[in-house]
Design a protein around this ligand. Structure first.
Ligand code: AKG
Ligand code: FE2
Length: 291
């Protein structure tokens, strides 16, 4: 059975995103969440995440540590924390399971359950239905959007961070492992905003310089009234075109909003920018979706 109808496909290309109900069962969602709880229990918190800086020199070291940790995370499973979750001794001041913003960027490669969902027949079939010929997985993230402290994600286009030539080759698959609502920070989109290219690109800076990345261009100021919410029930998913403008609000509710999301690229006749922060590595070349 096709997960996508012809109308769905049309809607995706017209609006730049598509909300799908019931991609995963509640049990499949819970299995991913349970595995994530185990990962967090066993998590080693890197020193540069814990340390507070007391001198400018310390601050610089921490910044460098954070930047290195991020830019080499494409083929690893790494932990990214919310602000203000450690005290000055580096101990958690919130429960550790509430301290994380996200985990990335290679769950799809190294965590069997996440790998199985990513390469599942359902995902493969919907990507086939969209006409992709040689799709590969670029990255994956588990995003927590913690109750009360999960911050907003400001308006952006994913191709800002995952740039290709030509554009139009990248798609996010964003799977709600809990209900994503207006209260806990569901996604919002500007329908049809994927037709005008991108306004900003994140690029690596020359080797040996700091910061490690910089932006070319800047994000436009979008009229708030243009955004349409995309709430979705647990197990539902949103397909996100690489150039559609989207955002999510802070989570001011008591309910978390866990999601598993990954990005796919049509690799046929596409050039992946060597200036992107994320690069395929010897350890982990971008794996094919269909195998
Ligand atoms: O989960 C969010 O709030 C933002 C996620 C996002 O921007 C993405 O998956 O592309
Ligand atoms: Fe995004």
């Amino acid at each position: 059975m096709d997960v996508l109808t012809d109308q769905d496909v049309q809607k995706y290309w017209d609006e730049g995103y598509l909300v799908l109900d019931g991609l995963l069962s509640p049990e499949e969602c819970d299995a991913l969440r349970d595995r994530m709880s185990e990962i967090i229990e066993g998590m080693d918190v890197p020193e540069h995440c814990r340390t507070q800086f007391s001198t400018d020199h310390d601050e610089q070291l921490k910044k460098q540590g954070n930047a290195d940790y991020f830019i080499t995370s494409g083929d690893k499973i790494r932990f990214f924390f919310e602000k203000g979750v450690f005290d000055d001794k580096g101990e958690f001041i919130v429960p550790r399971e509430h301290s994380l913003n996200k985990i990335g960027h290679a769950l799809h490669a190294y965590e069997p359950l996440f790998k199985a969902v990513t390469h599942s027949p359902k995902i493969q079939n919907l990507v086939k239905k969209l006409g992709l010929i040689a799709p590969v997985i670029l990255q994956s993230m588990y995003i927590f959007k913690q109750p009360g402290i999960g911050g907003e994600v400001t308006p952006h286009q994913d191709a800002t961070f995952l740039y290709t030539q030509p554009l139009g080759r990248v798609m996010g698959v964003w799977i709600a492992l809990e209900d994503a609502t207006l209260e806990n920070g569901c996604l919002w989109f500007i329908p049809g905003s994927h037709h005008d290219g991108i306004s900003r690109r994140m690029v690596r800076t020359p080797k040996g310089s700091f910061p490690l990345t910089d932006f070319i261009g800047r994000e436009k100021n979008y009229d708030d009234k243009l955004f349409v919410p995309g709430p979705v029930k647990k197990g539902g998913a949103v397909l996100i075109h690489g150039e559609v403008v989207h955002r999510s609000a802070a989570n001011t509710s008591d309910a978390s909003r866990h999601v598993y999301t990954f990005h796919i690229m049509e690799s046929q006749s596409t050039v992946w920018s060597p200036e992107n922060w994320l690069q395929p590595s010897e350890e982990l070349p971008f794996p094919s979706l269909y195998t």
